[in-house]
Design a protein around this ligand. Structure first.
Ligand SMILES: C[S@@+](CC[C@H](N)C(=O)[O-])C[C@H]1O[C@@H](n2cnc3c(N)ncnc32)[C@H](O)[C@@H]1O
Length: 218
C-alpha cells in the first residue's frame, strides 16, 4: 500500500461507512478493513476490468464479507448509510463532474476525501460551493510526485482566492513539502512567463499575480 492511499485511509473517521469511487485495485478499502478495523466498506468503479481486479484482491485478502463491490458511474451507486466518499487518482474536473452529477446525494454525505491529480485550486473552490468546508489538508510525497489530499465536511466557510490557490490549512501548517512546492511552482511559473508570447496578456497577467502571491507566501 502506497503512502498516498495510507494517508487517505488515516483521514477517514473510524466509524465512517465509506464509498471509494474509482476503487480500481481496492487497496485502500482492503487496508481500511484489515488495518483500521472498518466493518463495512463500499468500493465502486465504472469499468468491469478494474472491478474484476478489485474482486480478486478482496478475495485474496479474505475481505469479501466486509467490502461491497458496486459497478456504476460516480455517485449513481450511492445508497443509504454511506456517509463518506473517497475519490482519488483522477483529474480535478472529473471529480467535480462526479460530485455535481450526484448533487442530490451530497446532503447525506458528511465527509469527502479527494485527492485530485490536477486543478486543485479549482476543486477547493467548487467543492466549497457545494456545501462543504475544508477541515484537513495533507501533502504526500511518492518518488518525485507530491500529492494533495483534501478532507471536506458539510458546512460553510468562505474561501479566498489565495486560500484556494495554496490551501487554507497547508498555508497555516507550512510544512517542508509545502515550502518545497512553493519553490518548485515559482521556478515553473517564471519559466512559463519567459516563454509566453506577449500577446497572451490575460494569461501573463494571471501568472504574474500568482508569482507575486508565491513570493509573499514564502
Ligand atoms: C487511476 S485509477 C485510481 C485508483 C485509486 N482510486 C487510486 O487512487 O489509486 C482511477 C479509477 O477510476 C475509475 N473511474 C473513472 N471515472 C469513474 C467514474 N465516473 N465512476 C467510477 N469510477 C470511475 C477508473 O475506471 C479507474 O479504475
Amino acid at each position: 500500500m502506497n503512502a498516498r492511499l495510507k494517508k487517505i485511509a488515516d483521514l477517514i473517521d473510524d466509524e465512517a461507512f465509506s464509498l471509494d469511487i474509482g476503487c480500481d485495485h481496492a487497496k485502500l478499502d482492503i487496508y481500511l478493513v484489515q488495518e483500521k478495523g472498518h466493518k463495512k466498506v463500499a468500493s465502486s468503479d465504472n469499468k468491469e476490468g478494474p472491478l474484476e481486479k478489485a474482486k480478486e484482491n478482496i478475495k485474496k485478502a479474505n475481505c469479501e464479507d466486509a467490502i461491497e463491490l458496486l459497478l456504476g458511474d460516480g455517485l449513481d451507486v450511492y445508497h443509504r448509510g454511506i456517509d463518506t466518499v473517497v475519490i482519488s487518482g483522477m483529474g480535478g474536473y472529473q471529480m467535480l463532474k462526479i460530485l455535481k452529477q450526484g448533487k442530490k446525494h451530497l446532503p447525506s454525505i458528511k465527509t469527502l476525501l479527494l485527492s485530485p491529480n490536477n486543478f486543485i485550486p479549482k476543486v477547493r473552490m467548487e467543492v466549497s460551493k457545494l456545501g462543504y468546508k475544508i477541515v484537513e489538508e495533507e501533502l504526500v510525497q511518492e518518488k518525485n510526485m507530491v500529492y494533495t489530499i483534501l478532507k471536506f465536511e458539510r458546512g460553510k466557510k468562505k474561501l479566498s482566492s489565495k486560500d484556494a490557490f495554496f490551501g487554507p490549512i497547508l498555508r497555516k501548517k507550512r510544512d517542508a513539502l509545502f515550502l518545497a512546492q512553493l519553490e518548485r511552482e515559482q521556478k515553473a511559473k517564471e519559466l512559463l512567463l519567459n516563454l509566453m508570447p506577449k500577446k497572451l496578456s490575460k494569461r501573463r497577467h494571471t501568472l504574474k499575480k500568482e508569482l507575486k502571491w508565491i513570493q509573499e507566501e514564502k
